[in-house]
Design a protein around this ligand. Structure first.
Ligand code: GDD
Ligand code: MN
Length: 398
């Protein structure tokens, strides 16, 4: 019957169409299901807007044969770097942006970028074009061959060059490197480099124990690892910065000292407490100087002089701790003032505890010096612990 065969033909056609449709869907899915990147390049940025595009351009050229992505980690730069990154990310799927608000810090930015990646290989480099991406394929090859788990772009081995620095900057960098050898192996020639590649297992091994203080994330990782890290150095030409300016300032030296202290004794004492105690000790000198000025020079009443000295010393302690101990959570503007008030309130209670403990011990026949020292220690621990939450705690600062 003609109608029956027509019906069969229709059915066959429908089946074919469904098969083709299914095949097409399958093909579409395989196109959509790209494998994730093999390599994530993590770039910390602060005010690098004009360097974003040129850097991504250089990366695309160099990494043409690799499945890669770049993750910019921007600390809410006032120049709109994060917007520039997102604009570019809309054009190119390899570009990603992590935008951090209320926090600062190169080392912690690098760590967050690496945490945001799933790739088996990671590169960390600066966003100001001083690091030449041309050596990245070489770095990756070393990692893939399992020749090392960490590859450092080095400024201080043969074949490298430094196009940037003045004699003074170079001398400082050499000195800092020399000091760094107190905690990293001597044969690692550039432990302060900001340009390196690593296998993800190494990162996973160290990430929970990193200090994350300041600029020196490479040194932090090498000293934190629970085994002797197998590393390689590859020379590169450290270039001159094109746009924007360096964020390294005098306080970076202090942060570096804190990082080294943390690596040496951080297991026993929190390094922020060390910094707090050191500043407190300097405060004793400031107090005596102010007291001398008020009482001996200005000839004020003793009690008035002492009150002025105590108050101003608290302001000194607060200001310096805000600048050094809590540099990454620094309070500014109006928050500086409210922070000062909470600091003074906490320290007033600390002073009462100090005197209370000392008086108790003294009345129970402890040596007077021992009683005084115990009072100071209790007061300092109280001040440190409570201000770390109320004055510089994550929620109150920012
Ligand atoms: N997210 C974030 N947060 N990025 C930052 C911050 C910050 O607080 N501070 C600086 N950066 C970014 C900069 O935008 C730049 O991309 C990179 O970190 C390096 O900062 P520079 O200010 O250019 O530092 P430098 O050139 O003086 O020193 C660099 O090179 C040295 C040699 O390799 C740093 O990488 C040093 O650690 C390194 O020793
Ligand atoms: Mn730089």
């Amino acid at each position: 019957m003609p109608s029956l065969s027509r019906q069969r033909i229709e059915e066959d056609r429908a089946r074919d169409r469904a098969r083709v449709e299914a095949q097409r869907r399958e093909a579409d899915r395989s196109v959509l299901e790209h494998p994730g990147p093999l390599l994530s390049v993590v770039v910390p940025t602060f005010n690098e807007r004009d360097n974003v595009r040129p850097l991504v351009g250089e990366l695309s050229e160099t990494l043409a044969d690799v499945e890669w992505e770049v993750i910019f980690v921007d600390d809410d730069s006032p120049d709109g770097t994060a917007d520039a990154v997102r604009d570019l990310a809309r054009e190119r799927h390899r570009v990603r942006c992590i935008h951090r608000i209320g926090r600062r810090g190169l080392a912690s930015a690098c760590v967050e970028g690496m945490l945001g990646s799933s790739a088996p290989y990671l590169v960390v480099m600066d966003g100001d074009l001083q690091h030449d991406p041309k050596i990245i394929p070489q770095m990756l090859a070393v990692l893939e061959r399992h020749d090392a788990e960490l590859v450092i772009g080095s400024r201080y081995i043969s074949g490298a060059s430094v196009d940037d620095s003045t004699g003074l900057r170079r001398a400082i960098s050499r000195f800092a490197t020399w000091v760094g050898h107190a905690v990293v192996p001597e044969n690692l020639k550039d432990p302060l480099s900001g340009f390196f590649a690593l296998r993800r297992d190494l990162f996973d091994d160290v990430v929970r124990d990193l200090s994350c203080i300041g600029f020196k994330i490479l040194l932090d990782m090498v000293t934190t690892a629970h085994h002797a890290v197998e590393f390689r150095e590859i020379p590169f030409g450290f270039r001159t910065r094109r746009a924007g300016e360096s964020k390294l300032d005098g306080l970076v030296a202090w942060e570096y000292a804190m990082l080294l202290a943390d690596k040496l004794v951080g297991r026993y004492v929190p390094v922020r407490f060390l910094s707090f105690a050191l500043i407190g000790a300097a405060g004793v000198g400031v107090h005596l100087a102010l007291l001398t000025l008020a009482y001996r020079v200005a000839q004020l009443e003793f009690v008035t002089s002492q009150a002025i000295a105590v108050t101003l010393t608290m302001v000194f302690n607060y200001a310096v701790n805000n600048m050094l101990t809590y540099r990454d959570r620094r309070r500014r503007g109006l928050k500086w003032l409210t922070g000062l008030l909470s600091f003074i309130a906490v320290c007033a209670v600390g002073a009462v505890a100090n005197v209370g403990v000392a008086a108790y011990l003294f009345n129970h026949h402890a040596n007077w010096l021992l009683a005084a020292v115990a009072g100071v220690v209790v007061g300092a621990v109280w001040n440190y612990t409570v201000t770390s939450v109320y004055t510089w705690g994550r929620r109150s600062a920012a």
